[in-house]
Design a protein around this ligand. Structure first.
Ligand code: SF4
Length: 464
């Protein structure tokens, strides 16, 4: 990563340490909550040679024994982020299409939230964009908070209220694949409203979590028994992700018929066990996959896009870290062999193909940014990640030593793809957010903004 870190930021980052978390675990009255990312679970599984699906339950044992009040899987926050990203894309696409219609088909629309929409979950990329790019690029970045930031709000607002915990007494630590997440946790955009309290007090890397556990002689996860996962408030059982616990059986979303968003993002009531959510190849979050599938279904109609359960046909571009996907509309009925229905209206122009890409690593990011600035970027949505190979190659990951890579273990954990919202996440839209994905209530809670930031010469994110 190449954004520069200011001196004020350096102070905030140094406070996010194993020593600080250790002090909070032993501080009388402190309520320590730990949220673990799926990429960290995969990395720990590779390190310890245990199934990735077992890691969360063993971490719950270890962290509770050393004083944590609750341990969560960030997967549930990621599910909210994915549904929000897909809804934001559909809204941007509709606005761009309306602007193009008003200005004439040949005109390139200049919307407030333009296309291509660029993913916002990687703080290395967001930091780079804010500190090196002019304002023109920032509106392209998705307004959706990252899973870490959503988890912060979930813990300090919803969980605190449900458990009767005073937010000021909660110390919320996240476990993430990279050091850049510390910078994100320190952003003043992610303070508990009306206070100076961060919603994520410390982001520790996977390696730092292992160091913490080793310090308490709890680091041999393979030897620990599993513990039941901590329940999220408003979900019927458990939290999403780790160990396949996605909120328990039954439809916790409440009565009534299926609304549009539920049909788009949720398993039907009584739809059986939920397999864990599949991430995109490179496993940086599944944004491209979720946005592409939702857009194909909503904009191109049934029959467009990959079938449920089939993988995305991503095509490697100029290097393995740049991949593309084009989804064509299904052929019109006449071309498919049947006669077009006689409606008396002139036939509508067929929808255009949708174009998606994944751009990982700064070489690919710089090329993408150049094309956007020149108005020559043909994609509708791009999943942008700073690390070549995505989050599994994050600088904070533990190194595998059991003869299996973290990528293999994450594939095992997360295949096959499913609709993004588990019953637990769906229940959160009702019990916490107070509106469906893409609603004003969801935007108020789950979206953020980006600002041009000054950089100094103190060092680069990659130097930490
Ligand atoms: Fe962190 Fe790299 Fe993942 Fe970005 S791609 S969130 S910098 S690990």
């Amino acid at each position: 990563c190449s954004g520069c870190v200011t001196s004020a930021e350096t102070v905030l980052l140094e406070a996010q340490s194993v020593a600080e978390l250790t002090a909070r675990l032993t501080q009388p009255g402190a309520v320590v909550v730990v949220s673990v990312s799926p990429q960290s679970r995969a990395s720990l599984a590779a390190l310890h040679g245990i199934p990735a699906a077992d890691v969360q339950a063993r971490l719950t044992t270890a962290l509770r024994q050393i004083g944590a009040a609750a341990v969560f899987d960030i997967g549930v926050a990621r599910e909210l982020a994915l549904a929000e990203a897909a809804e934001e894309f559909l809204a941007r696409y509709a606005a761009a299409a309306a602007a193009a219609g008003a200005a004439g088909a040949a005109a390139r629309p200049r919307a407030a939230s333009p296309l291509p929409m660029l993913a916002s979950a990687c703080p290395g990329w967001v930091c780079y964009a804010e500190k090196t790019q002019s304002g023109g690029l920032l509106p392209h970045i998705s307004a959706v908070k990252s899973p870490q930031a959503i988890m912060g709000a979930l813990v300090k607002r919803h969980l605190a209220a449900a458990r009767g915990w005073e937010p000021a007494k909660i110390y919320h630590a996240s476990v993430m694949p990279c050091y850049d997440k510390k910078l994100e946790a320190a952003r003043d955009d992610f303070l508990l409203p009306g206070t100076s309290l961060p919603e994520v007090d410390a982001a520790l890397t996977t390696g730092e979590l292992q160091q913490l556990l080793d310090g308490w002689d709890m680091g041999r996860l393979a030897e620990l028994p599993p513990s039941p996962l901590d329940p999220l408030p408003g979900a019927s059982r458990g939290n999403s992700g780790g160990g396949g616990n996605s909120g328990g059986g039954g439809n916790s979303g409440g009565g009534g018929g299926e609304e549009g968003w539920e049909a788009r993002y949720c398993l039907p009531p009584g739809g059986g066990a939920e397999p864990p959510l599949h991430g995109a190849p490179g496993s940086s979050g599944g944004y491209l996959e979720t946005v592409a599938r939702a857009a194909a279904a909503a904009l191109l109609g049934p029959g467009a896009g990959p079938a449920a359960g089939a993988p995305l046909a991503l095509k490697a571009g100029r290097n393995p870290d740049f991949r593309e996907l084009t989804i064509h509309p299904p052929p019109p009925p006449a071309a498919a062999g049947g006669a077009a229905p006689a409606t008396g209206k002139p036939p509508r122009a067929p929808p255009r193909p949708l174009r998606f890409a994944a751009a990982y690593g700064f070489r690919n990011i710089q090329s993408l940014v150049r094309k956007i600035k020149l108005g020559r970027c043909e994609y509708d949505y791009v999943e942008v990640m700073a690390c070549p190979g995505g989050c599994l190659n994050g600088g904070g990951q533990a190194k595998p030593r059991a003869g299996r890579s973290a990528a293999e273990l994450l594939d095992e954990l997360e295949a096959p793809w499913r609709l993004p919202l588990s019953r637990a996440a769906r229940a959160l839209y009702k019990s916490w957010v107070g509106g469906p994905p893409g609603s004003p209530a969801a935007a108020a809670l789950l979206h953020t903004g980006y600002h041009h930031r000054e950089k100094t010469a103190l060092g680069t994110v990659g130097d930490w």
